[in-house]
Design a protein around this ligand. Structure first.
Ligand code: GLV
Length: 323
């Protein structure tokens, strides 16, 4: 029998199947300082497993301060909030939820891309504020996507799903990946692998789909942003720290790039005030996997991993086996 802590309430049905003899304790949604290491240590207490989210700082201190912790089931695909090296040193098993949020995240990437390119958020505000008093030829002009180049940084599962959708929009797709990409995906998406610099110089839309790690930290910063076209749009549904946020604000203010669609931020939940002011920026609160379907399947994967672990079976979705 295991005591399992879930750091915040999940969607209905996500944890179905996690039943006695295991005890499951789900706390209220944490806010502000409750997202700290101390609060997480307190919440995990003497539990042997914890279901965590992207907002929980699963640091070395947390992992070494929870005496009975054997397993962390991350309710996400990304793992940059977890110190994986420390988990391995402590002998703690870490699992995550790859695959089931790919399509939801790709859809949301396109939602942001279209919103920025075609000014959907401005348009809604325009009508609501009573400004639509006549049809006009120059109102809220946007950028046409057909025939333009989409540059995907990180052609993994999500990047490939974004590329597949680009075919329907008649966009040319280039991508940058640290490793050679799967030839089937290249063929299916009619895309070309290029150097990062080429991608940044030639793309009309740059979309980020790489994990956040030492190599990708601040991949887009003053000098790399400066190589983008002044008419280009940046979309980020990956991780905030892949972009140097204040350099992005400077680039937007100076017109060195035209706009951005951001679902993730460098210091979540804080958002750089310069982004709030810019009219060609569309912002979302880290929502890309937020469909009932994806969030339910993510929970079910955590349950599968937890049940396998506590019955001594091979644990699916273990991070070690994926790295
Ligand atoms: C969400 O950001 C995830 O990594 O699943």
């Amino acid at each position: 029998m295991a005591q399992i802590v879930v750091t915040r309430p999940l969607v209905h049905g996500a944890l179905e199947g996690l039943a006695p003899p295991h005890t499951v304790e789900t706390g209220p949604p944490p806010t502000g300082s409750e997202l700290s290491e101390e609060a997480l240590i307190e919440r995990i207490g003497t539990a042997s497993a914890v279901v965590t989210t992207v907002a929980d700082p699963v640091t070395e201190r947390v992992l070494s301060s929870c005496p009975n912790l054997e397993m962390v089931a991350q309710y996400a695909v990304g793992l940059d909030n977890i110190d994986l090296a420390a988990a391995s040193r402590e002998g703690i098993t870490v699992t995550h939820t790859p695959g089931v949020l790919t399509e939801a995240t790709a859809d949301f990437t396109w939602a942001l891309l279209l919103a920025v390119a075609r000014r959907v958020v401005d348009a809604d505000a325009f009508v609501r504020s009573g400004k639509f008093d006549r049809w006009e030829t120059r109102t809220l002009l946007g950028m046409e996507l057909h025939g333009k180049t989409l540059g995907i940084i990180g052609m993994g599962r999500i990047g490939s799903a974004v590329a597949r959708r680009a075919l329907g929009f008649g966009m040319d797709v280039v991508f940058h990946n640290r490793t050679p990409a799967n030839p089937t995906i290249i063929r299916e998406t009619n895309s070309r692998q290029v150097a990062l610099d080429t991608l940044l110089r030639t793309s009309d839309v740059v979309s980020l789909h790489c994990p956040h790690n030492d190599d990708s930290h601040h991949l887009l910063r003053e000098d790399t942003l400066a190589t983008m076209k002044p008419s280009a749009l940046l979309i980020n549904t990956a991780r905030g720290p892949v972009v140097h946020e204040s350099d992005l604000v400077d680039a937007l203010r100076a017109g060195r790039i035209a706009g951005a669609g951001l679902d993730v931020f460098e210091n979540e939940p804080d958002v750089h005030p310069g982004l709030l002011e810019h009219e060609r920026v569309v912002l979302a609160p880290h929502l890309a996997s937020a469909t009932v379907e994806a969030r339910t399947r993510m929970g079910q994967m955590c349950v599968e991993s937890l049940l396998a672990y506590f019955s001594g079976e091979d644990v699916p979705y273990t991070v070690r086996s994926q790295l």
